[in-house]
Write a protein that binds this ligand. Structure first.
Ligand code: NAD
Length: 364
């Protein structure tokens, strides 16, 4: 079956209807052929998770790489003989990807501060984009990314792997079906002890912020997808700075309190100083919880009915398999893992920072 020639992107109302992009190789991809993908940024996540997914997913074929480090090229080409010489780009000549008809989608796995530039350049080259979380450093950048993809008629997904993962899908179901009654309160915590003090995660320009941007986003996501609601206001507080050299540019830790409709409160905590990864929901008919809740676990959960017994999967492979049909389809991506979702999170993350800085409640 041939793909339709036209693809419309319907995202948020304000972003409108995208124009079909003439001549994009994507629209000619056969349903029985894997989608061609190029990975931008061959760091730890690309190597250890996205690479594994691409080795295991029949839906995708890694045909291109974009790297600023030439020494990584032989290792990647050895691991993926499907990478073609002409599809090996650096950050300067990346725009030539426009000529790579076998690349349908680019996966951006660069530091957060580079997500907007490379998403916009990929869109201009007529490539669909999967961008790692967080989508950007600011709300304005996230809007620019959505607008650029819309204008070019390409799709923009965010690497929200938990939407494809069985434990997290199960808590979404608990929230939706009120399996244990109404959820009244949630506690969401994600932190780890950060290593190398010179890494980009500690630089404001590259990271946008500290643990909130990196892992706190999972807490915000979990609150939204478990409750199936949007928060209406937030208060927040930065934690103490115990290491002023390491945490000169970004927060060491932050706590926040999101108010949702129906009087529901969700507390959150994120830190680069301590290892924690839990979500807890207090409901009318008992509690459910997960710990670890979002990382490579293996995830574990408990409900009033006992231990959650669900398959332990490779998250990134599930994400890639789960996203593939949406990239083949002429329909827009569902909002829950698209740039629309990324933008919603960006607004909440920025509101948390504003609330922590001002000491005042911020309306959402
Ligand atoms: P990393 O530091 O291991 O890799 C970053 C890559 O970007 C490296 O190859 C580096 O060479 C390259 N790079 C290009 N320009 C750079 C610059 N100016 N400064 C620093 N590096 C530069 O980081 P990572 O852990 O792979 O994270 C990459 C992205 O993936 C981030 O957006 C991160 O939030 C996201 N991530 C997502 C998950 C997830 O579970 N979905 C997990 C880890 C990381």
């Amino acid at each position: 079956m041939k793909q339709g020639r036209r693809s419309f992107i319907k995202t948020a109302g304000t972003f409108g209807l995208a124009l079909p992009l003439a001549g994009t190789s994507f629209f000619k991809r056969q349903a029985d052929q894997p989608l061609g993908i190029a990975v931008i940024g061959l760091g730890s996540y690309a190597k250890n998770q996205i690479g594994v997914a691409l080795e295991n997913s029949p839906e995708w074929k890694l045909v291109g790489i974009v790297t600023g480090t030439a020494s990584k090229i032989p290792e990647w080409k050895k691991r993926f003989p499907s990478i073609k010489d002409e599809n090996v780009f650096n950050y300067e000549n990346f725009d030539n990807i426009v000529n790579a008809k076998d690349i349908d989608v680019v996966y951006i796995c660069l530091p957060n501060g580079l997500h907007p530039e490379f998403t916009i350049r990929a869109a201009k080259a007529g490539k669909h984009v999967i961008c790692e979380k967080p989508m950007a450093n600011t709300v304005e950048e996230a809007e620019q990314m959505l607008n650029a993809c819309n204008k070019a008629g390409v799709k923009l997904a965010i690497g929200y792997r938990c939407h494809f993962e069985p434990f997290n899908q199960e808590v979404m179901r608990y929230g939706k079906e009120k399996t244990f009654g109404k959820i009244n309160f949630m506690q969401t915590n994600f932190g780890f002890k950060i290593g190398d003090p010179t890494q980009w995660r500690l630089k404001k320009k590259m990271a946008g912020g500290g643990p909130l941007m990196d892992v706190g986003i999972y807490c915000v996501q979990a609150a939204r997808y478990t409750l199936g609601m949007e928060p209406i206001s937030v208060t927040a507080q930065f934690g103490p700075v115990t290491d002023p050299t390491r945490f000169a540019e970004v927060e060491e830790s932050v706590s926040w309190q999101l108010t949702f409709p129906e009087g529901i409160t969700v507390n959150g905590f994120s830190s680069y100083k301590t290892n924690v990864e839990t979500m807890f929901a207090s409901c009318d008919k008992g509690n459910f919880e997960m710990s670890p809740a979002w990382s490579y676990g293996p995830l574990k959960g408990k409900t009033p009915n006992g231990e959650m017994k669900l398959p332990i999967v490779h998250h990134q492979t599930f994400q890639m398999n789960g996203m593939a049909p949406y990239f083949r389809s002429k329909d827009p991506l569902p909002d829950h893992f698209s740039g629309v979702e990324g933008l919603k999170d960006m607004k909440i993350l920025m509101a948390i920072y504003k609330a922590a800085k001002t000491g005042k409640s911020v309306k959402l």
